[in-house]
Write a protein that binds this ligand. Structure first.
Ligand SMILES: [Cu+2]
Length: 452
C-alpha cells in the first residue's frame, strides 16, 4: 500500500469515526430531549409552575428546597405553608420515560424530612421513606435521589416523614413522566392537586392536627375565587390530571362534557376498559387523568362534595334555616356585639353581604361572574372554551349565541301550568284531597293523580 492509499484509508476511517460519534451525540441529545424541543405538550399547572432542569453527565438534574413559605390561598388570605421552591404544590417535575433523573432535596424545615416519589418504579433505596429506606434529611442537609424512569404517567412527590404536618402544610407536587413514544396527541394538558386545610379564622398557620373537620378546600393550594381558569379552544383534546394526597376523597365534576378516565398513577387504562363519566372520584394517594373534547362555553369544574366548593366562613355555623329571627338579633347583640342574624332563608345572603369578616380568612362563597356573584368557593374553577383563543390570555366571559341563555319568564303563568298533584279515590272520583289518606265513603287508599 503506497502513501496515498494509506492517507485515503486513514481519511475514510476518520470520517467513519466522526460519523459514528456524530450519530452518538445526536442520539444522546435526542434521547435526552433538550428543553428547546420537547416532544410532548408541556403540562400547565394552574397557579403553579414547572421545575427547570439541567443535563449533567446524562442525568436530568432537578433541585428542590422544602421550607416554610408564605402562600396566598386567595386574595385576603395568606397562610404559612411548608412548600417546595417557594410554592405549594411544589413545582411540577416533567420528564420522559427512559430519562435518568437526579433530584437534590435540601431541607430548610425545622424537622427532618424525606421525599417519596409516589407511584414511580424505582430502587427501594430511592423511595424516600424516612427511617425505612433512608435516614431523615436533617434541617440544613441535602440528599440526592437518582433513578431511571421506567414508566410513564401522572405520579406525585410528597414528604414521607411526619406526613400529617408536612403534607398537611402543603409539601407535595406533581411528577409527570411523558411517554417516550407519543400516543394520542393532546392540545391542552392541565394538572390540579387537591388539598384541604384547617385554618382558624384570624390565624396564619394551618392546624395540621385536624383529622376530619377542614374549612379550606383547594385546587393547587388556591381556593375560588383565587383559582386560575383552565382555557381551551373549541374541539381541543384536553387532558386534566388530578392528584390527591389529602385526607378526603374528592369527586371532581366537569360541567358540559363527557370524559373518560384514561390513566391512573398505576398506568394507562386500556380503551376497552374506559367508560364515559362526568365525575371522577379521586381518593387520597391516587391520581386520575381524564380526557375529553372541549365544548364552547364557561364551564364549572369543581368538587361535588357540597361543602368543598365553599370557604371557611360557611364552616360550622348554626342551622337557623326557616327560623324567624325577628327581634332575636338585638337581644343577642347585648351579649355578642357583632352578631348578625342570618341564614334563615339559606346562605345566599352571605354572598351579597360585604361585611367585615375576621382577618385572614375567606367568605363562604364569592367570585364575580357575568351575571352576578358566582356563589362558590374552595375547590371550584372555570373551564373557559372559546372558538378563538389568543394563546396565554384569560378570555373574557363567554358570549352565548342568541337564544341559548336561560331567561326570566312570567312566574305566575308558568305556575298555573304546573300539573297539580292530588290524592283521589279510585272508586269515587269526587273524593280528592291534597295529601294521602283513605276514602270516607269506601275506605280505599287514595291514589296519586295529576290534575290536568
Ligand atoms: Cu371535595
Amino acid at each position: 500500500m503506497n502513501n496515498q492509499s494509506q492517507i485515503i484509508q486513514l481519511s475514510k476511517t476518520v470520517i467513519l469515526i466522526l460519523s459514528v460519534f456524530s450519530i452518538l451525540i445526536n442520539s444522546q441529545l435526542l434521547g435526552k430531549n433538550p428543553p428547546e424541543d420537547p416532544p410532548f405538550m408541556p403540562v400547565i399547572t394552574p397557579n403553579g409552575s414547572t421545575l427547570s432542569w439541567t443535563m449533567v453527565d446524562g442525568f436530568k438534574e432537578f433541585r428542590l428546597i422544602v421550607e416554610e413559605i408564605e402562600w396566598e390561598i386567595a386574595p385576603g388570605m395568606v397562610i404559612k405553608a411548608w412548600g417546595y421552591n417557594g410554592r405549594t404544590p411544589g413545582p411540577t417535575i416533567e420528564a420522559i420515560e427512559g430519562d435518568h433523573i437526579r433530584i437534590y432535596v435540601t431541607n430548610k424545615l425545622p424537622e427532618p424530612t424525606a421525599v417519596h416519589w409516589h407511584g414511580v418504579i424505582l430502587p427501594s433505596g430511592m423511595d424516600g421513606i424516612q427511617g425505612l429506606t433512608q435516614p431523615g434529611i436533617q434541617p440544613g442537609e441535602t440528599f440526592v435521589y437518582e433513578f431511571e424512569l421506567k414508566q410513564h404517567g401522572t405520579q406525585m412527590y410528597h414528604s414521607h416523614g411526619d406526613e400529617m404536618t408536612q403534607i398537611g402544610l402543603g409539601s407535595m407536587g406533581f411528577f409527570i413522566i411523558h411517554p417516550r413514544i407519543r400516543k394520542q396527541p393532546i392540545d391542552r394538558d392541565y394538572a390540579i392537586f387537591l388539598n384541604e386545610w384547617f385554618v382558624d379564622p384570624g390565624t396564619r398557620t394551618p392546624n395540621a392536627n385536624v383529622m376530619t373537620d377542614f374549612n379550606i378546600f383547594t385546587f393547587n393550594s388556591r381556593a375560588f375565587p383565587g383559582t386560575a381558569p383552565l382555557v381551551a379552544k373549541t374541539g381541543d383534546r384536553v387532558r386534566v390530571r388530578i392528584a390527591n394526597v389529602a385526607q378526603e376523597t374528592h369527586p371532581i365534576h366537569l360541567h358540559g362534557h363527557s370524559f373518560k378516565v384514561v390513566a391512573t398513577d398505576g398506568g394507562d387504562i386500556p380503551s376497552s376498559a374506559q367508560w364515559p363519566e362526568t365525575t371522577v372520584l379521586v381518593a387520597p394517594g391516587q391520581t386520575r387523568d381524564i380526557e375529553f373534547i372541549a365544548n364552547p362555553g364557561d364551564w364549572a369544574l369543581h368538587c361535588h362534595r357540597r361543602h368543598h366548593p365553599m370557604n371557611a366562613m360557611g364552616h360550622d355555623i348554626p342551622n337557623v334555616l326557616g327560623v324567624n329571627q325577628d327581634g332575636v338579633e338585638e337581644k343577642i347583640r347585648d351579649l355578642l356585639p357583632n352578631y348578625m342574624a342570618m341564614g334563615e332563608k339559606g346562605m345566599h345572603e352571605m354572598v351579597e353581604m360585604n361585611m367585615e369578616g375576621p382577618i385572614n380568612t375567606l367568605p363562604m362563597m364569592g367570585g364575580e361572574g357575568p351575571f352576578g356573584k358566582v356563589a362558590m368557593g374552595g375547590m371550584f374553577t372555570i373551564f373557559k372554551v372559546r372558538d378563538f383563543l389568543p394563546d396565554g390570555v384569560d378570555p373574557e366571559w363567554y358570549s352565548n349565541p342568541p337564544g341559548t341563555i336561560s331567561r326570566l319568564v312570567d312566574g305566575e303563568s308558568a305556575e298555573e301550568k304546573v300539573p297539580q298533584l292530588l290524592f283521589v279515590c279510585p272508586m269515587h272520583p269526587e273524593v280528592h284531597q291534597s295529601g294521602p289518606g283513605s276514602c270516607p265513603k269506601c275506605g280505599m287508599n287514595l291514589i296519586e293523580k295529576y290534575k290536568k
